[in-house]
Design a protein around this ligand. Structure first.
Ligand code: SER
Length: 316
């Protein structure tokens, strides 16, 4: 088989996706790459790892010459909150990195996965049951790069027949790698603080709804979409995918069932609160369900139970 390249492999999604892909397609067929060196030993020892700067077309060419790549999961990106503190870096990495890989996909006939996000929506978007095709006027540089990325991927598909595919992820929750610099990160940190201190201070208001997903579902979404029959895909970039939605108060109530005496209080960060307020409460993912059979397995209680078990074991 042709090989698979994952960019941003050291990040929150990449560090788990690489291992899932290696299990499925064979270790030597999945090349992990990042500008950072992995701390997670398994990422390096379980298969090939290459240092790669997505802004440098020469290092992309080098990888294409070294390996027989057929598919790229292009995950290297800056998240929403960091993006607001460093907009120019976010534009460079999120936009120019994607452009370099779309060009490589055109030249080397690669299939390309691009993760978009709930961040691609804004205040004028319907927030409950956000439709697949709707108003997209985000207020963050992260969101601007995600909307532009969706459009650019569609353009490369229509204009150059590049096999581009993508989803709009909700906030992702996992017990392996922590996210860095996002708005939805509280839904991961809360578990660490609940287990270590029985107390968590949340930077979002207690009643802020956000769309969320557990990482095993997110990994399956990416792999299933890339394996889907292209003839059935009408949307390609980017499918709404949804699994659960909740407020910090509701999440903490569920965690209390596992951690006796757990307490949450609130110290609002206005930047992240404004971002969260502009994002959907939950998306309508019926197109993904219809076009490639998407179906989540984890609802909130099941995710919390699994997170508590896995993280408690990890932090012991
Ligand atoms: N999880 C991301 C963030 O919070 C959104 O896609 O920035």
């Amino acid at each position: 088989m042709k090989q698979i390249l994952v960019t941003g492999a050291v990040g929150q999604i990449g560090s788990e996706l690489v291992l899932a892909l290696r299990n499925r397609y064979g270790a030597s067929n999945v090349i992990a790459s990042d500008i950072r060196v992995p701390e997670n030993g398994e990422l390096k020892t379980s298969g090939p790892f290459e240092t790669l700067d997505v802004l440098d077309p020469n290092s992309i060419t080098r990888i294409m010459q070294l390996y027989d790549i057929g598919t790229v999961y292009h995950l290297a990106a800056v998240l929403s909150a960091i993006g607001e503190s460093r907009p120019s870096v976010a534009w460079q990495i999120n936009m120019n990195g994607l452009y370099n890989f779309l060009e490589a996909a055109r030249q080397y006939h690669l299939a390309l996965f691009f993760p978009s996000s709930i961040g691609a929506f804004g205040k004028s978007t319907p927030q409950d049951g956000t439709p697949q095709d709707t108003i997209q006027r985000p207020d963050t540089i992260y969101g601007v790069t995600k909307v532009a990325g969706e459009l650019l991927c569609d353009y490369y598909h229509k204009r150059f027949k590049v096999d581009t595919r993508g989803v709009r992820f909700p906030g992702l929750i996992s017990h392996v790698a922590e996210p860095g610099g996002g708005t939805t990160d509280y839904a991961v940190s809360i578990f660490y603080d609940a287990i270590k201190h029985k107390k968590f201070t949340c930077y979002l208001k207690s009643d802020t709804y956000l769309d969320m997903m557990y990482m095993p579902d997110a990994l399956r979404a990416m792999i299933e979409l890339m394996e889907a029959d292209p003839a059935k895909l009408i949307h390609r970039n980017s499918f709404n995918v949804s699994a659960m939605h909740f407020t910090p108060e509701q999440l903490s109530a569920e965690i209390k069932k596992h951690v006796r005496g757990f307490e949450i209080d609130y110290d609002i960060d206005p930047v992240r609160q404004a971002i969260a307020d502009s994002w959907p409460n939950y998306m309508d993912d019926s197109c993904a369900r219809k076009e490639w059979g998407w179906k989540p397995e984890y609802d909130m209680p099941r995710m919390v139970k699994d997170m508590m078990e896995k993280l408690t074991a990890k932090l012991q």
